[in-house]
Design a protein around this ligand. Structure first.
Ligand code: SF4
Length: 295
């Protein structure tokens, strides 16, 4: 990229990924986080390009590994606003194990999963959220597998904030992202992002219903049992052509992993990220020498 020139997204026209970028660009100033205070960690896929287009620190990791990198960064530098992002294949498939354990441990971060029900970057293969019967190059006779239920998985794994929004609903997307970033604990957003290039036959996630606005849905987001029931309804409805979005679960009482470590006296007084800024600047000199040598 050329310094001073803002890179333009290379996503296909009509891609839902634009909606995530827009919502993030609106939500971060809303919560008062500057680019210097924000780290965006991405996995592999079309969604992985996100940090090239957002003014913040960025780390483009390997497939399915955005969460362990994000966790390490947050532990080393608790003052950072850490956001992890990736596709449904990256997050629910390759990185599924990390998803469960990051939710279980309730790490204080936001995790945005671009859910377009296929692998987009590698040309439309069946992904963990593709509906049963979905035909693709990897499943030419139709998928024999049940799709993963990401909201229920996040809840049962221990996430303290679980929501679903859609790129076609920018106002709700911004609101949910803002809330998720402010939430103290693991906030999971299943972000429905249409892929008009490889998933042409799929729903484009319209019309959608906001479960908080609709009189047809009445459940308490703080009540685990009610939330679970609402999630199940939304997850089944998606595969029957009805898109239900909104906040499904919020637990403000459960301490985050960082909070719990603090409570038991396991957080270092000086965060790891600040330890190397010693008076002699030894570490920084070594770093500069390394960069000069490899420039
Ligand atoms: Fe978006 Fe699909 Fe194009 Fe990837 S292939 S940029 S997911 S529309």
């Amino acid at each position: 990229f050329t310094p001073g020139i803002e890179p333009q997204p290379t996503w296909c026209p009509g891609c839902g990924d634009f909606g995530v970028l827009k919502a993030l660009k609106q939500a971060l100033p809303e919560v008062g986080r500057t680019p210097e205070e924000t780290l965006l960690v991405t996995g592999i896929g079309c969604s992985g390009k996100l940090n090239s287009y957002l003014d913040s620190y960025g780390f483009h990791t390997i497939h399915g590994r955005s969460l362990p990198v994000a966790r390490a960064a947050k532990l080393a530098n608790p003052g950072l606003e850490v956001i992890a992002a990736g596709g449904d294949g990256d997050g629910y498939g390759i990185g599924g194990n990390h998803f469960m354990h990051t939710a279980r441990e309730n790490h204080d971060m936001t995790y945005v999963v671009f859910n377009n029900e296929i692998f987009g970057l590698t040309k439309g293969q069946t992904s963990p959220t593709s509906p049963k019967g979905h035909k693709s190059k990897t499943q030419p006779h139709g998928s024999a597998k049940e799709p993963i239920r990401p909201l229920s998985l996040a809840l049962t794994s221990g996430a303290s904030y679980v929501a679903r929004t859609a790129a076609v609903n920018p106002n709700q997307a911004k609101e949910i992202l803002t809330e998720a970033i402010q939430h103290d604990g693991f906030a999971h957003i299943d972000f429905l992002t249409q892929c008009p290039t490889w998933n042409k036959d799929a729903r484009q996630y319209v019309p959608y219903t906001d479960v908080q606005d609709s009189d047809d849905y009445d459940f308490d987001v703080h009540d685990r049992v009610e939330a679970q029931e609402a999630m199940r309804t939304a997850e089944e409805a998606l595969y029957e052509g009805e898109v239900l979005t909104g906040r499904f679960y919020v637990d403000e009482t459960r301490p985050s992993y960082q909070g719990e470590k603090q409570r038991i006296g396991e957080m270092p007084e000086t965060p790891l990220a600040e330890r190397y800024f010693d008076d002699d600047y030894e570490w920084e000199r070594a770093y500069d020498e390394f960069i000069d040598k490899h420039r």
